[in-house]
Design a protein around this ligand. Structure first.
Ligand code: NDP
Length: 246
């Protein structure tokens, strides 16, 4: 049951995170929304509350460990507990290795990898105390297969895959009742392509997304499916994308 679950969503200001927030709010979740664009979060939380849902928001840069602790504290202040965290914030400045966009490599490591680690570190003490919790993270099909242009991006998403799977195995062995779910989206129409600065990579991606991209609401649907499972069941991994994308 999603109703009354307290769920933190990072990257809630657009795309997959925003669509998931709207979906879970309709299902009766109590939401804590995080991202850097405060105006977006404020508007989204306001819309949800006006429609009869529950949502608070906190400005957060997932690359900052302290911000991750603050959003968990905000959830506890607002709703008294945390049932799930959706570690979804990310960026995808694709480029060939030869372009040597080292600042973008650093940023992807900071946000896509460290953002997930800091999020888990921030929420884990609460989950251990509660003896239950659900950790969901957005990887990518680029975390399953190598794609030119996605050397570093794909690497960060392979990291998420490995980390989440080991976390699942350890949690099961330790009997902590902490469940995990890793999502591998293919081409989803969001603002993600706006993070690409390499002209050729941007053109190639635009062509792919124009041809195949599907709505972020489809990812929201599968996140809701995983969250809706009873406590004795885990949906570990799912790949979701356009039916026509090769
Ligand atoms: P969007 O660009 O629409 O959303 C990205 C979200 O991440 C925004 O809310 C953005 O908010 C947030 N974000 C980015 N950097 C930070 C940061 N440092 N701290 C906090 N929040 C941050 O793209 P998507 O919805 O597509 O992306 C969501 C996830 O899905 C990402 O992890 C992405 O890699 C993954 N993904 C997407 C695919 C697609 O085709 N769209 C395919 C595979 C995976 P703000 O700028 O306000 O901080």
């Amino acid at each position: 049951m999603i109703k009354d679950k307290v769920i933190i969503i990072t990257g809630a200001s657009s795309g997959i995170g925003e669509a998931t927030a709207r979906r879970l709010a309709r299902d009766g979740a109590k939401l804590v929304l995080g991202a850097r664009r405060e105006d977006r979060l404020k508007d989204l939380a306001g819309e949800i509350e006006q429609a009869g849902g529950r949502a608070v928001w906190t400005a957060l840069d997932v690359a900052n460990a302290g911000d991750n602790h603050r959003i968990v504290e905000a959830a506890i202040d607002a709703f008294g507990r945390v049932d799930a965290i959706f570690l979804n914030a990310g960026l995808m400045p694709s480029s060939p290795v030869s372009a040597l966009k080292t600042d973008e490599w650093d940023r992807m490591v900071d946000v896509n990898i460290k953002g997930v680690l800091h999020g888990v570190a921030a929420v884990m003490p609460k989950f251990l105390e509660q003896k239950s919790g659900h950790i969901l993270a957005t990887s990518s099909v680029a975390g399953l297969k190598a794609y030119p242009g996605a050397s570093v991006y794909g690497g960060t998403k392979w990291f998420v895959r490995n980390f989440m799977e080991v976390l699942r195995m350890e949690s099961a062995a330790e009997g902590t009742n902490i469940r995990t779910a890793t999502i591998y989206p293919a081409a989803i129409n969001t603002e993600l392509l706006g993070t690409i600065t390499d002209e050729k990579a941007a053109e190639g991606m635009k062509e792919l997304y124009d041809a195949y991209g599907i709505a972020p609401e489809r990812i929201a649907d599968v996140v809701a499916f995983a969250l809706d499972m009873p406590e004795d069941t885990t949906v570990n991994e799912f790949t979701v994308g356009p039916a026509r994308q090769p």
